[in-house]
Design a protein. Structure first.
Length: 288
């Protein structure tokens, strides 16, 4: 049987039309007000600027507003904390996104943690992570939550399955592992110091690759019938298409499902951010 393609691009598109309707309903009930996502970009990293632009465009497509805050490369932790506090106190702002990474002089963790829990629609605060891990209400971190929404939309069974997460970053690997655990998967977290990585991956029913290295996970490590979720993206070289963290091409006829790169996990990251922003807007404006 050909592998199921976990098509994040089309799921995101379908969800956007549902979100547009929710924003319209909200506008009608809240005297024309829309949810507002504040996006903070510090410095001039071109990739970060592109992602923030994509987020603003997604807000626009569903009829909600975004408030773009752009700060210079030389911004201090204190100045960024001031900006976040102003946005926390602005009743018209329903979600705050601080684009990662920030310049090296900034204490990124302190700045993430300054975001008010109810506006943490990107799911980056320690408080939100702790609450999510304990099964309490909190917005999930956008990429892992997007992956969970994608797996759910395609009815991929998780309960009792062995999931191997490769990567332990605060906004991907760690929250991913907790979300899979909360869905009753048996979870192994691997990382750069893991010994015998191939042996761990060979045990996996579900692999989530979040390593940030081009085709680092080899096809021969992956067992037949596994589900492959590739959270990496590396632009193509010499006119070749982009690739992810997994050597995917040899696997297409022997895994049960996989996320394409591009068009799998990436669009779900942005979609989850706006999905959670709409939810926050509804809670704030309608008290739902
Ligand atoms: N505060 C955050 N910072 C960062 C996050 C995040 O979730 N929150 N994630 C990444 C970057 N990112 C969003 O910010 C992101 C990366 C990739 C994509 C995407 O759609 N990629 C496309 C391919 C790229 C392309 O076509 O140019 C795809 O996979 O189809 C969206 C968002 C780091 N920072």
């Amino acid at each position: 049987m050909p592998a199921l393609v976990l098509d994040g691009k089309s799921l995101a598109k379908k969800t956007e039309s549902e979100l547009s309707q929710r924003v319209n309903t909200l506008k009608a009930k809240a005297e024309g007000k829309t949810p507002i996502l504040a996006t903070i970009l510090v410095g001039s990293d071109p990739a970060s600027a592109t992602y923030v632009k994509m987020k603003g465009n997604a807000c626009q497509r569903i009829g909600m507003d975004s408030l773009k805050v752009e700060l210079p490369e030389s911004t201090s932790t204190e100045a960024l904390l001031d900006t976040i506090n102003q946005l926390n106190n602005d009743p018209n702002v329903h979600g705050i996104l601080l684009q990662h990474p920030v310049p090296a002089q900034i204490d990124e963790r302190a700045c993430f943690d300054a975001i008010a829990l109810e506006k943490d629609v990107d799911g980056v605060t320690c408080l939100g992570f702790g609450r999510m891990s304990m099964g309490e209400s909190a917005y999930g971190c956008a990429t892992p939550k997007g992956i969970m929404r994608l797996l759910e939309a395609y009815d991929i069974p998780l309960s009792g399955k062995h999931a191997v997460v490769i990567g332990r970053s605060p906004i991907l690997g760690k929250p991913m592992a907790m979300m899979l655990l909360n869905a009753d998967a048996t979870v192994t977290i691997c990382h750069s110091r893991t010994q015998n990585l191939a042996e761990h991956v060979k045990q996996a029913d579900i692999i989530v690759a979040a390593v940030g290295r081009r085709e680092f996970v080899k096809a021969e490590w992956i067992k037949d019938g596994a589900v492959v979720v590739d959270a990496g993206y590396h632009p193509g070289v010499d006119g070749q298409p982009g690739v992810g963290d997994v050597e995917l091409a040899p696997l297409l006829d022997r895994v049960s499902a996989y996320t394409p790169v591009p068009g799998g996990v990436g669009p779900m990251t942005i979609n989850t951010l706006i999905y959670q922003s709409v939810d926050s807007g509804e809670k704030s404006m309608l008290g739902d």
